[in-house]
Design a protein around this ligand. Structure first.
Ligand SMILES: *[C@@H]1O[C@H](CO)[C@@H](O)[C@H](O)[C@H]1NC(C)=O
Ligand SMILES: *[C@@H]1O[C@H](CO)[C@@H](O)[C@H](O)[C@H]1NC(C)=O
Ligand SMILES: *[C@@H]1O[C@H](CO)[C@@H](O)[C@H](O)[C@H]1NC(C)=O
Ligand SMILES: *[C@@H]1O[C@H](CO)[C@@H](O)[C@H](O)[C@H]1NC(C)=O
Length: 446
């Protein structure tokens, strides 16, 4: 496979060009670093931010009351978040933040499928009232730094709705609780179905917003050099850490090289088509390795499917006929709502579901143990049928667990490698030369 790399350079011109494109405007990095050093009272030498994630289960006990709305400000209009109520439960990855002065602890869902920070859903209408109450509440009245911005938002998540008001506020993030003044926080006034706050980490100022989002602020404050972050959510059921690294890559979380996959359609085309930009990439094959058997490809050689990488989604969603084939191989059974379930014992089998990118150059193999979603007393198939006729193909957490994923807003690319953890001290910072660094220097150490 390595031999094929020079050929891909030619195919993926976006990478070669990246070095010549002007970078985003940002303050002089040395000045910025000094400024942070002063504020922290320490001299910062590293330029990445690491934050830990916790897998969290939600027990869905309620159906949404609102399914469509005409928002004046839409956050995820057509990229359906899943209607989890059909499944009974879901699994997402949450990150702890502190909001305000003094800091108030709030846990939010890390969501690569949306792009802004929204907190305080109404627990009484939440899908899971009990879970909702555990995740903390931000009280603007108890913060010395809360600034009301006198404007409001309406956010529609496939299923799930929130309206509220905007605040500028200091948000603390990561293991060192770094302060981000003037962060935009959407504070709920009325919501339906959402059971926790959301931290969207898709494109911000570059395409989707008129204000800087978290990733934009990390760059403009000089905490990190480039708008790039890496995600390794870890094995299902523990045994490995779960982290997001802003501005860097943890080379002790994957093996082999990182394969660049172009965001498609290009951001400029997405804006025209969808009025917003997300992490869409082409999947070019889907296959399966049944226990003790040879790997087999289920798709035709010309298969291409645009998929949204969405950590807010428990499942991967694709065409119903493909799902049926995978389901058959895993002895899944379908219920009367069209949801596939699997006996939990199948998680112990040595099988894989395989996702191919760039026409076979990178195959991410999701073990049954990670792919089959475990809700303790029952298990669901990690892939479920997308709504007929709607472009809601999603690579959700059943896929994300198997990959180490670098979300690169500088080169408009997603870099993929097989997740394979081997320790915790492999973090390398990325610089404005990140395209070349990711291409040549960031081979996995595992
Ligand atoms: C949304 O707006 C469209 C056109 O502006 C209108 O036809 C439709 O009835 C509205 N739907 C709701 C739920 O208000
Ligand atoms: C979900 O339900 C299961 C079984 O009913 C229970 O063990 C678990 O604690 C619940 N989780 C949450 C977050 O409430
Ligand atoms: C809110 O924060 C933005 C930057 O995120 C800043 O440009 C703006 O001036 C702030 N607004 C107020 C009212 O402080
Ligand atoms: C993605 O797939 C579409 C549909 O088959 C194709 O037209 C497009 O060229 C592909 N894009 C990339 C970057 O491979």
């Amino acid at each position: 496979m390595t031999i094929l790399r020079p050929l891909i350079i030619a195919t993926f011109a976006f990478l070669c060009l990246a070095g010549f494109l002007p970078g985003p405007l940002r303050p002089d990095s040395i000045g910025a670093r000094d400024r942070i050093g002063e504020r922290q009272g320490i001299l910062r030498t590293s330029r990445h931010i690491k934050a830990s994630l916790q897998p969290r289960m939600v027990n869905v006990t309620r159906t949404p009351t609102i399914t469509t709305t005409n928002g004046t400000f839409r956050i995820t209009p057509r990229w359906g978040k899943e209607g989890l109520f059909a499944f009974g439960a879901g699994i997402v990855y949450m990150l702890d933040l502190e909001i305000g002065t003094p800091g108030q602890g709030v846990s939010v869902i890390l969501d690569t499928g949306s792009y802004t920070m929204l907190v305080n859903p109404d627990c009484i209408r939440a899908a899971d009232e009990h879970a909702c109450e555990m995740y903390g509440h931000y009280d603007t009245g108890k913060s010395a730094t809360a600034q009301y911005l006198n404007s409001y938002f309406v956010a529609q998540f496939g299923t799930g709705y929130m309206e509220g008001v905007w605040y500028n506020e200091t948000v603390y993030i990561g293991q060192d609780s770094l302060p981000l003044p003037d962060s935009r926080v959407g504070v709920n006034t009325w919501s339906d179905y959402l059971w926790a706050g959301v931290l969207g980490v898709s494109y911000g100022m570059a395409w989707n917003t008129g204000y800087p989002t978290l990733l934009d602020l990390l760059v403009s404050e000089g905490y990190i050099e480039v708008p790039i972050f890496s995600l390794g959510v870890g094995y299902q059921g523990g045994g490995s850490s779960s982290n997001i690294i802003f501005g860097g890559v943890d080379r002790r979380k994957y093996r082999g090289y990182l394969e660049p996959v172009e965001i498609y359609p290009k951001p400029s085309a997405q804006i025209e088509l969808y009025e917003q930009v997300g992490y869409w990439i082409n999947l070019t094959s889907l296959g399966i390795t049944p226990p003790g058997q040879e790997e087999e490809t289920l798709t035709d050689s010309d298969f291409e499917r645009m998929m949204l990488i969405d950590s807010g989604s428990t499942y991967t969603y694709i065409d119903a006929d493909l799902v049926a084939t995978v389901a058959k191989a895993l002895n899944a059974y379908i219920d009367d709502r069209g949801v596939y379930f699997v006996p939990c014992e199948s998680r112990d089998l040595d099988g894989y579901v395989n996702f191919g990118f760039n026409y076979g150059n990178m195959i991410i193999r999701a073990s049954y143990a990670d792919f089959i979603v475990d809700f303790d007393d029952y298990c669901a198939l990690g892939i479920q049928p997308a709504d007929a006729g709607v472009a809601t193909w999603v690579l959700g957490n059943s896929f994300i667990r198997a990959a180490y994923i670098v979300f690169d807003q500088q080169n408009d690319a997603i870099w993929l490698a097989q997740y394979s953890p081997c320790g915790d001290n492999g973090i390398s910072d990325l610089t404005r030369d990140a395209g070349r660094e990711l291409w040549l220097d960031m081979t996995g150490l595992c």
